[in-house]
Design a protein around this ligand. Structure first.
Ligand SMILES: [Fe+2]
Ligand SMILES: [Fe+2]
Length: 320
């Protein structure tokens, strides 16, 4: 009798999950701009008071090669933060006239990236490096992003950058032992995980204002081209950073494909789906992308994940 009851509950759970996924109502974070603004204001109030002593602990590398790779890793992070801050502030100027609350969200979000950039500006000399000029590949990448004119393309590109940033930091955090470096990665992982659902909201708001066919077509073109560029970037980054983070190309590129697919599977209203051939190539089950599973929660766009990541003091970064 008890076995039957358990079975029935499991059946009910499975049926509910199936219904939710088919109906595509559960995964998307549907919070109004006001909720994001209140949350960002709360985060801003505590951001500059966050203890950062852990970042100043001594760092000893096992080899010169590891140190060079570590400096390259955090230089790439620095450029991503700088670009995120600049684009967010630029977009805020564009939306202010018709949506001042959204503009303030963008300013506060850009300020968080600016804070990360400040932390990295101090951290790079601490690990024996410095902020270096961008190489030709990275430079071309960011210059073309900076030249993008259409708001939806910039927002979508930013969302995809946030997704791969959170992915890379998270995997690296699982490998790295040095306390100071772990502390830096923990801050970045925690905050980028909040920025992912926030950027989904930004993309939605832009589309709410202009959901025309040309905008949709541009969005699809941006999605596929940035998707491809980011997979290639995982190959390029292995040459310079693998000696530090010890992540293989196969592992990183699979994580990128899975998480870039998961974000949009959980936000079906954006109508962006990864190429099926790519999912097959990386042995990713598209049916499971809407499910939350251990290890993916901080890269989820679910309402619960956004709320859990919103309050910095409640995120257990050491256990990521
Ligand atoms: Fe950041
Ligand atoms: Fe971010």
């Amino acid at each position: 009798m008890q076995t039957r009851t358990v079975q029935t509950e499991k059946d009910r759970e499975r049926a509910q999950r199936f219904a939710r996924n088919r109906g595509r109502v559960n995964p998307a974070v549907l919070r109004p701009t006001r909720w994001w603004l209140d949350t960002l204001r709360r985060r801003a109030a505590s951001m500059y008071h966050e203890p950062t002593d852990a970042l100043r602990q001594p760092v000893v590398f096992s080899s010169a090669e590891e140190q060079v790779a570590c400096v390259a890793f955090f230089n790439a992070a620095y450029r991503a933060e700088e670009s995120g801050m600049t684009q967010a502030h630029r977009l805020a100027d564009q939306v202010r006239a018709h949506d001042p609350d959204l503009a303030e969200c963008l300013v506060l979000y850009g300020n968080e990236e600016g804070w990360h950039r400040e932390l990295l500006t101090e951290f790079l000399p601490h690990i024996g490096g410095s902020v270096r000029p961008m190489g030709p590949v990275t430079g071309t990448f960011y210059r073309s992003y900076d030249r993008a004119e259409h708001m939806e393309s910039i927002m979508l590109t930013n969302l995809m950058f946030e997704t791969i940033g959170a992915t890379t930091y998270r995997i690296a955090l699982g490998r790295v032992q040095q306390p100071a470096i772990r502390a830096m990665l923990a801050i970045l992982t925690r905050d980028e995980s909040f920025h992912v659902p926030l950027n989904v909201h930004f993309v939605r708001e832009v589309l709410k204002r202009d959901g025309s066919l040309p905008t949709q077509l541009r969005l699809h073109a941006t999605y596929y081209s940035v998707f491809a560029a980011l997979i290639l970037s995982s190959w390029a980054s292995r040459r310079v950073a693998a000696a530090f983070d010890r992540i293989s190309f196969r592992e990183l590129s699979t994580a990128y494909v899975e998480n870039l697919s998961r974000i949009f599977a959980q936000s079906p209203d954006l109508s962006l789906r990864p190429p099926k051939a790519l999912l097959r190539l990386f042995s990713i089950d598209s049916a499971g992308l809407c499910d939350s599973k251990p290890g993916s929660d901080l890269l989820s766009t679910s309402a619960e994940a956004a709320e859990a990541a919103a309050d910095r003091s409640k995120v257990q970064v050491t256990s990521i």
